[in-house]
Design a protein around this ligand. Structure first.
Ligand SMILES: Nc1nc2c(ncn2[C@@H]2O[C@H](COP(=O)(O)OP(=O)(O)OP(=O)(O)O)[C@@H](O)[C@H]2O)c(=O)[nH]1
Length: 365
């Protein structure tokens, strides 16, 4: 008897939308199944891997950093990882894949449909994590001011297009009117998204996230049962299932068709660049936070993340999404460098170094 296919959930979402935070919370909440996690980051070093590594025992983490999960290049690293997972398929129940904030999930979807993998893995659902305050602020508007914003809008729209579930994240400070507006925005931009979920403080309901079976060939009406229990009005299914057309996400064959006709989405806008800076000095963390904030205001830097050693000896995780910067104590790690990864659009490494040099006594290079 052949064993059932292992479900795979894809988690996409623009840079800094909260994918890693949501996954970290999901891992610590999920006790009824064993998860394998593949994380892909844009940039030459992994920051999310270490953040997730410390979370939970019994989760196997595969870090495919260095670019976008896509055809060729990193796509081969992804295939190698999938092959490694295939060999130990009996040791976990579900695979979660976090794609980079600049990736569109189609490349992963296509790879899962290759004969080598399709016999053992099945796409469960594709989630897109939405930075709701940024959406409401118009940061992903097609008519947004600069080229960086327009490129961000294109990536975001392509991520929405292939999502089954849109997760409205970072909603802690929002009121009902904001949430209704965000729902309307998502509905308008992505009429094929099937479900909206609200993630309060980056927490998702496991029942509404894993095991949705939205792409399996033996789907039944029953698989929607848990979704009907979604809390809150906004979390209702966006569509009557019967109204979905053949091009929709509801059917494996339809997907093959739609994916192969949309391969151009894999082409990555070369304007997006990342670089890593390091420092040998201990850092005045509040001062560093202020400086990173200024850098993000002055330069087209949309994301900064890394770890630094504070003057009091505490290691901190630094996270910036646009000019919103925070530093939180992180687990100590001997000999870990002070490192910050900057991701931006046509951003000059040299100018960012100069700006840090000007504002801080510590040397970054
Ligand atoms: N206020 C608030 N902040 C959040 C929430 N979720 C995530 N964040 C913060 O947003 C920042 C980015 O979160 P990540 O989880 O690293 O985002 P990501 O999508 O994995 O980022 P990339 O992998 O770089 O694209 C961090 O500073 C988080 O603490 C939330 O629900 N509310």
């Amino acid at each position: 008897m052949t064993s059932p296919k292992t479900p795979v959930t894809l988690v996409s979402g623009f840079l800094g939308s909260g994918k890693t935070t949501l996954l970290g919370n999901l891992l610590s909440q999920t006790h009824d199944r064993t998860l394998a996690l593949i994380v892909n980051e844009f940039g030459e070093v992994s920051i999310d891997g270490p953040l997730l590594e410390t979370r939970e025992d019994g989760v196997e983490l595969h870090d495919v950093h260095g670019g976008l999960l896509a055809y060729g290049g990193e796509g081969d690293a992804f295939r190698r990882t999938l092959r490694a997972l295939l060999e130990r398929r009996h040791t976990f129940d579900h695979v979660l894949i976090e794609t980079s904030g600049l990736a569109v999930p189609t490349a992963v979807m296509v790879t899962l449909q290759e004969p080598e993998f399709a016999a053992d893995f099945v796409l469960d659902a594709t989630l897109v994590v939405v930075d709701t305050p940024l959406l409401l602020a118009g940061a992903f508007g097609a008519d947004a001011g600069d080229e960086a914003a327009r490129s961000a809008a294109r990536v975001f729209d392509a991520q929405l297009e292939y999502a089954d579930v849109a997760v409205l994240n970072k909603i802690d400070g929002l009121n009902d009117a904001d949430l209704l507006q965000a729902e309307a925005d998502v509905r308008h931009r992505a009429p094929r998204v099937r479900f909206l979920e609200l993630a309060y403080e980056a927490r998702l309901d496991t029942q509404l996230t894993l095991g949705l079976n939205l792409h399996g060939s033996r789907r039944s009406a029953a698989h929607h049962a848990p979704v009907s229990g979604t809390p809150g009005d906004l979390a209702q299914p966006l569509h009557d299932h019967s109204t979905l057309d053949g091009h929709s996400h509801g059917d494996l064959d339809a997907h093959v068709h739609s994916l192969s006709t949309h391969q151009h989405f894999h082409e990555h806008d070369p304007g997006w660049q990342s670089f890593r800076l390091t420092s040998d000095d201990v850092q005045n963390v509040p001062e560093l936070v202020r400086t990173v904030q200024n850098v993000a205001r002055v330069f087209p830097v949309l994301r900064v993340k890394g770890f630094v050693q504070g003057e009091d000896g505490t290691r901190h995780a630094v996270q910036a999404v646009r000019s919103r910067v925070e530093a939180q104590p992180a687990p100590a790690k001997a000999d870990a460098p002070n490192e910050l990864v900057f991701i931006g659009y046509h951003v000059s490494r040299k100018k960012v170094i100069e700006a840090l040099q000007k504002a801080l006594p510590q040397r970054w290079a």
